[in-house]
Design a protein around this ligand. Sequence first.
Ligand SMILES: Cc1cc2nc3c(=O)[nH]c(=O)nc-3n(C[C@H](O)[C@H](O)[C@H](O)COP(=O)(O)OP(=O)(O)OC[C@H]3O[C@@H](n4cnc5c(N)ncnc54)[C@H](O)[C@@H]3O)c2cc1C
Length: 283
Amino acid sequence: MKFPSFSYAKPASLAEVTQILAEDDSARVIAGGQSLLPLLAFRLAYPSQLIDLSGVSELEVIRKDVDSLVLGAMVTHVRNLTDPTVAECMPIIPKVVEHVAHEAVRSRGTVGGSVCHSDAAAEMPALMIALQARMHIAGQSGSRVLPAEEFLLGHYTTALEPGEILTHIQIPFTPYLWAFEEIVRRKGDFALAMAFAGLKMDQGRCTQARLVMAALCERPTVCSEAVQFLTGKAIDESVAEEAAGIALQGLSVRSDIHGSEDLRKHQARAAMKRAILRASKGE
Ligand SMILES: Cc1cc2nc3c(=O)[nH]c(=O)nc-3n(C[C@H](O)[C@H](O)[C@H](O)COP(=O)(O)OP(=O)(O)OC[C@H]3O[C@@H](n4cnc5c(N)ncnc54)[C@H](O)[C@@H]3O)c2cc1C
């Protein structure tokens, strides 16, 4: 299908972006266009104008601060895959980005576009929840910061208000060793199940952990009870298996064309078990 008609603006500053958004409530920002352009082609979105963020250099920052890594909203998947500062501060980021789509999509798609699109089966929104990222938001009336868990409200739904944009993401340094596992039909596809395990180990025992499962229901889920179970334990196959089972409890996993509820839970449990074991060994 052809796109609906819209006008186009390419501002050079954040102030201009928020001013256009304040003046035109049907305007929409475009980052890499990898999710928005298909929506336009299918006539699922009808913006009056597209505001291209690629001229706003302040949205492209990658910076190491004292206690966190800062990623501008317009940092592409490829930059996250190849940037030495990202690899040094958060090696889990490039490891996860390797699983996002294919090279052509990764070269244009951005971390900001991915989290603002908030697809429940996408890697970056779930990763931001796992890493306890803080989302920096700007609008005409000022700026605010939300934890990723409060920013990502559900499938295709975020806490952004009309007129607001995501400017950058701040990811705090944490003591965890991270591992990521996902179930996909083919490499580069959206995930059928994702497991993020962050473990802090001391003399073979887990002293702190963060576990997140995603792509199974409306939004990524932080598995607090499984964390409680793991804390203080030496990690072996049976402990990891039990923790993964606890992580799945209470998740309302729907059966779909990719498999029954039981199959999807089984796959997710296996992914979480592997992630816990790998994180415990720092792999
Ligand atoms: C063939 C294909 C395969 C894919 N496979 C995967 C995959 O396996 N895993 C995965 O995670 N993703 C996948 N994607 C999606 C890809 O990661 C996109 O890059 C991403 O979802 C959107 O990023 P974008 O920069 O292109 O955003 P855009 O498409 O430009 O924007 C997406 C939405 O976010 C809004 N937006 C963008 N930036 C901002 C901002 N700074 N503030 C406020 N709102 C903003 C836009 O208005 C729009 O509503 C795939 C895409 C394609 C085309």
